[in-house]
Design a binder for this molecule. Structure first.
Ligand code: SF4
Length: 489
């Protein structure tokens, strides 16, 4: 069942639960590490190829080109949306505009009613997760089946995706075998061929019986009206070509102007997401089935989804609309790697989720998320679009204090802190007081280093899960002054 709003918003409770779950933390770290390593290798390969003049550029070149493409697209989004809509219609498709989640549900239900549809098969689509489409359709009595293997697993578990790219990142083989065994009505072994064979056989029947196929889009090319899907399973192709109706839910920021631009963005996505040079499948869908064509849907519908995106457009957060949902920022984030996706409570987890969830939803309900970061900047470094995630997290914290219903006590403390640190004399005094205070809790370890293992009062929140290095006796300013003196000698 879907989590209640209260459950979704109990952030600290979910973090505490996740931190105690060693199996979850182990599973997330294992996969995130593997994805990060493969991504780094793929970036290295691309750079090596560029040095040999065998690619269209280094990773940095592609990132710069991609940013330019997206900056241009976002600056002229009205034009490119109009262009894409004209092309989709010219190709024989139908275009719908959804201002919010309710619009997507209404439009989908209208299509379902007109077609008297009973069964829906879905390819992976974060946009459909964002609008809770499955729950709405199931409440209407429609059978909805997720066909991406990871999505199918979490659908059986009645959960939301724990990662943008790997939805079932937190599940072990044993858990998956048990869930599949329940559906099959028999004991299931945990080997990959057995599990995938079962999923393939089960889902194949669902593709053939479906009345409507629902997908998202990784990109939509405005000049041709082409829906592009990057997948590693054949489910994307089957979901969009076997059922008589294909419905694509497309966030309006997914547009790219031309096929040439697409090549740049596609060069970044599989490398950043899974460390692949290219994905196993790359589907380009331009209109429904034409006369004489052997397959493809009779009807093709594209729903362009706003759902808060136009609020971000033109704001200081606009570059977040460049996100290509590769998940690379999740894999390197020390917070995500320890608590996993569900602890965030939002559909989009990790650094990008902590930024866009408050922006796409009611800001006051998601003020905790921008705090879920050490501001180490690893996310920004990994992001193929160069989105300054850590800067946006800081800006959101500022907005939280100035605009949202932030805890007044917290706001007062932060204002006092700011006032004190702006005055050098008070800053120096606080450093001395901090040093003396920490001496009471510092413990010497065998290797000679000192740490504080238990701090009192509100500081205990830090030492409950990690040690605190004691404040050093000589401050940075004092050491700097010494070095300057030495330099003059
Ligand atoms: S913010 Fe960047 S790294 Fe994170 S999912 Fe989006 S494109 Fe990928």
């Amino acid at each position: 069942m879907a989590a209640s709003l209260k459950e979704m918003l109990d952030f600290k409770g979910r973090i505490a639960k996740a931190l105690k779950d060693q199996q979850l933390r182990g599973a997330i770290r294992f996969t995130a590490d593997s994805l990060r390593t493969k991504r780094n290798a793929a970036v290295g390969d691309l750079n090596a190829q560029a040095a040999e003049q065998m690619s269209i550029g280094t990773f940095t070149d592609l990132r710069q080109q991609a940013r330019k493409i997206k900056e241009h697209t976002l600056a002229h989004l009205d034009y490119y949306l109009t262009r894409a809509a004209e092309q989709i219609r010219a190709n024989g498709g139908t275009v719908h505009w959804a201002a919010n989640a309710a619009d997507v549900v209404r439009i989908t239900e209208e299509i379902i009613d007109r077609r008297n549809a009973k069964k829906v098969i879905k390819a992976k689509s974060m946009a459909s997760e964002e609008v809770f489409l499955n729950h709405a359709l199931e409440a209407k009595g429609v059978e909805v089946v997720e066909s991406d293997l990871g999505e199918y697993i979490i659908q059986l578990a009645h959960e939301t995706p724990a990662h943008i790219v790997i939805p079932a990142i937190h599940k072990t083989r044993r858990q998956i075998a048990d869930m599949f065994g329940e559906v099959a009505g028999r004991e299931m072994t945990t080997d990959t061929p057995t599990l995938t064979k079962f999923a393939r056989e089960t889902l194949r029947k669902k593709f053939m019986a479906a009345d409507i196929g629902v997908s998202g889009a990784n990109f939509l090319v405005a000049e041709s009206g082409t829906i592009c899907m990057v997948t590693n399973e054949g489910n994307g192709r089957l979901s969009t070509s076997v059922p008589p109706v294909h419905l694509a839910i497309v966030g309006m920021e997914k547009l790219v102007p031309t096929l040439e631009d697409l090549a740049v963005l596609y060069g970044l996505l599989p490398r950043s997401a899974t460390g692949q040079k290219i994905s196993t499948y790359f589907n380009m869908i331009t209109g429904p089935r034409r006369p004489g064509e052997p397959d493809g849907p009779e009807e093709l519908h594209v729903i362009f989804l706003d759902n808060g995106r136009t609020n971000i457009l033109g704001s200081k957060y606009e570059e977040t609309l460049m996100c290509i949902r590769c998940g690379a920022c999740l894999n390197v984030c020390p917070v995500y790697r320890n608590i996993g996706g569900h602890a965030y409570g939002a559909i989009y987890p990790g650094p990008i989720g902590s930024v866009i969830s408050p922006l796409l939803n009611d800001f006051n309900e998601w003020t905790d998320l921008p705090q879920a970061s050490s501001l180490c900047g690893a996310c920004t470094e990994a992001c193929p679009m160069g989105i300054h995630l850590h800067d946006h997290l800081v800006n959101l914290r500022m907005d939280m204090v100035t605009q949202a219903k932030a805890d007044p006590g917290f706001t007062r403390v932060m204002k006092l802190w700011m006032a004190a640190w702006r005055r050098p004399a008070i800053y120096r005094l606080m450093s001395k007081v901090g040093y003396l205070g920490m001496r009471m809790y510092a413990k010497k370890r065998d290797d000679g280093t000192e740490v504080a293992e238990h701090l009192p009062g509100p500081f205990a929140a830090w030492t409950n899960t990690r040690n605190f290095p004691p404040v050093v006796k000589r401050t940075f300013h004092e050491r700097w002054a010494d070095l300057e003196q030495e330099g003059k000698k």
